[in-house]
Ligand binder design. Structure first.
Ligand SMILES: NC(=O)c1ccc[n+]([C@@H]2O[C@H](COP(=O)([O-])OP(=O)(O)OC[C@H]3O[C@@H](n4cnc5c(N)ncnc54)[C@H](OP(=O)(O)O)[C@@H]3O)[C@@H](O)[C@H]2O)c1
Length: 296
C-alpha cells in the first residue's frame, strides 16, 4: 500500500470534503456505516461541480489495511465507537487524525491510541447534498498539531498534503490552545442559537446579547484557571467577530436540533464544566445550557 494512503472514517460533510480533495493526489478510502454511491460530487465555493469515484468501505467489515493516516471525521459523540471499529482492522501504530470540534475525543484518544494522534482544527465549511455530494460552502484554514508536540514532522507532512490539494493547512505547536479557543466560540454561540432557534446574528439583539456576554465571562474565567492563553483581541472580541462574520448562518447545533439529530453539546460544554468544577468555579449560564433543548 502506498505510504500516503488515507483512510477517512465518517463519510459526512468533512469526511467527503477531505476525501474528494485528497483523492486528487493520493489513494483514499472512505469508510462508513451504510453504503454510499462511489461517485461523489464536490461543489466548490465558486459553484463548480467536480465528480470523482471514491473507494467506499463498510467500517464494520474493513479488510486488513495499513493507511498512513486514519482520519476520523464523525461527530464527536460517535468518534470513540468509530475508532474502536476501525482499529479492529488497522495497525495500532497508524497515525490518527481527529477532525472534531470541542475538546472531548482529543485527550481521550491521545491517551488511548498507541500511534501518533494529530488534531485538526478547521474553519472549512461544508454540508451534505444528499448521499452523493458535498458542498464546500466556504474556504477556511486548517491547523494541525498534536497535544504533546511530539509529532511536528508528521503534522508538517499532513499540512503539506492538505495544502497541495487546495485545503490550506498549517502545522502548529499550540493546537491545544487553538482547540480551546474554537470551543470557547462554539460554547458562546451554538447552545444559545440552538436553544432559541435563532440565526447567529440575532445573538446581537436583546435579550440574547447579555446572555452571550455572560457565557463569555464564564468561559474566560475557566480558561484563565485552566491556563489557556486569552486571544490577543480578548474573549469578547473573538466571539463577537465570529457572530458578525456568520450573522446569517444557522449554527451547526441549531441545524442538528432542527433536523432532530444528536448535537455536539457535550463535546463543547462538558470540557468547560469539568474544568470549572476542577477549579472550584461556578458557571451558572454554562450549566443552564447543558440541558437538553430539542434534538437528541
Ligand atoms: N461541516 C463543517 O463545516 C465542519 C466544520 C468544522 C468542523 N466540523 C466538525 O467536524 C466533525 C464532523 O462534522 P460533519 O459536519 O462532517 O458531520 P456529519 O456530516 O454529520 O458527518 C458525520 C459522519 O459520520 C458518520 N458516522 C457516524 N457514526 C459512525 C461510525 N460509528 N462509523 C463510521 N461513520 C460514522 C455519519 O454517517 P451516518 O450517515 O451513518 O450517520 C456521517 O456520515 C464534527 O465534530 C464537526 O463539529 C465540521
Amino acid at each position: 500500500m502506498s505510504p500516503s494512503t488515507h483512510l477517512v472514517v465518517g463519510p459526512g460533510a468533512v469526511g467527503r470534503l477531505l476525501a474528494l480533495h485528497l483523492a486528487a493526489q493520493a489513494p483514499v478510502m472512505l469508510a462508513g456505516r451504510r453504503p454510499l454511491p462511489v461517485r461523489q460530487t464536490l461543489t466548490t465555493p465558486e459553484g463548480e461541480s467536480r465528480t470523482r469515484q471514491l473507494v467506499w468501505l463498510d467500517v464494520g467489515h474493513l479488510p486488513p489495511l495499513s493507511p498512513a493516516f486514519l482520519h476520523l471525521t464523525t461527530k464527536a459523540y460517535a468518534t470513540e465507537e468509530a475508532y474502536e471499529t476501525a482499529m479492529r482492522s488497522i495497525p495500532a501504530s497508524t497515525a490518527l487524525v481527529l477532525w472534531q470540534n470541542g475538546y472531548s475525543v482529543q485527550p481521550l484518544l491521545a491517551g488511548r491510541h498507541e500511534g501518533p494522534v494529530l488534531c485538526a482544527s478547521t474553519t472549512e465549511g461544508a454540508w451534505l447534498a444528499g448521499d452523493d455530494g458535498v458542498v464546500h460552502a466556504g474556504r477556511g484554514v486548517t491547523y494541525v498539531g498534536d497535544l504533546d508536540n511530539r509529532h511536528a514532522g508528521l503534522c508538517r507532512i499532513l499540512a503539506g498534503s492538505l495544502t497541495r490539494v487546495g485545503l490550506e493547512a498549517h502545522a502548529v505547536d499550540d493546537i491545544r490552545t487553538r482547540l480551546w479557543h474554537k470551543l470557547a466560540i462554539n460554547a458562546a454561540i451554538n447552545p444559545l442559537a440552538a436553544r432559541f432557534r435563532i440565526r447567529n446574528g440575532q445573538l446581537r439583539d436583546r435579550p440574547f446579547r447579555v446572555m452571550v456576554d455572560r457565557v463569555i465571562n464564564e468561559v474566560a474565567a475557566i480558561m484563565e484557571a485552566e491556563g489557556i492563553a486569552a486571544p490577543d483581541m480578548g474573549w469578547h472580541r473573538l466571539v463577537w467577530n465570529v457572530v458578525e462574520a456568520t450573522a446569517n448562518n444557522r449554527a451547526s447545533m441549531l441545524q442538528d436540533v432542527l433536523a432532530n439529530r444528536p448535537t455536539e453539546r457535550e463535546a463543547i460544554l462538558r470540557p468547560l464544566l469539568d474544568a470549572a468544577s476542577r477549579h472550584g468555579l461556578v458557571s451558572p449560564c454554562l450549566a443552564g445550557l447543558d440541558a437538553p433543548f430539542g434534538g437528541k
